[in-house]
Design a protein around this ligand. Sequence first.
Ligand code: 16G
Length: 242
Amino acid sequence: DIVGRLGKDEQAPLYLQVQRILREAINNRLLDQNEVIPTERDLAKALDVSRITIRKAIDGLVTEGLLSRRHGARTFVAMPVGNSSLKLTSFTEDMISRGRKPHSEWISKAQGKVTPDEAIYLGLSPDTMVYRFRRVRFADEKAVALEYTTLLRCCLPSLECVTNSVYEALGKIGQRPVRALQRMRAVNFTCEQADRLGAQLGDAGFFIERLGFLQDGRACEFTRSYYRGDAYDIVAELNDLN
Ligand code: 16G
């Protein structure tokens, strides 16, 4: 029984109240990932609102990526996209392994001398040349992450080598990072981040920084990623091997 109460004196429009109830049901695992949600008719009856209101609420949650209608007409609780373990994978690989279609929108692609910040993070001398990639990353047409990458220029012959996946381009010439240091923390999106991700100002997200190292020990990549909190999860495989 996922039905909560629609607040009689609540100011929010009914469809938003319905969304709140569905969100709570999903967060509290009353509805699990991949589970079919009750039909529009049943929800309308249980919550005593019109089917149009229910449909509007569900449409919104589908657009948000919380629900999915991919399997015919039935509506499911969507699986969050995320990396399947703390392996050194790329965004493209993460999404493909989740059965999602990765795609990027480029904000910019350029080269130049390192900034003081980049030089410090990557341990480089001030006149080292780097590439900079700024992208919004999508899974099945839904914006998942905003990503800023700085890469040592000597890792790739030209900017044009990168069309989709940076790691794929690096892998082709044996320059893919083999080890990385990663730091994650929670953030609330700024206006610009929210705009790029189709989210709201202040929405919760993951901020992940990755410093990638080549086989010879040199740092080659520094990436800052802002993942939508409602579209990504981080799953780690843990061993007690000592
Ligand atoms: C991931 C990495 C990022 C890397 C990118 C390459 C995290 C937190 N970050 O987003 O460091 O640059 O993948 O992706 O996982 P690509 O090969 O699809 O361009």
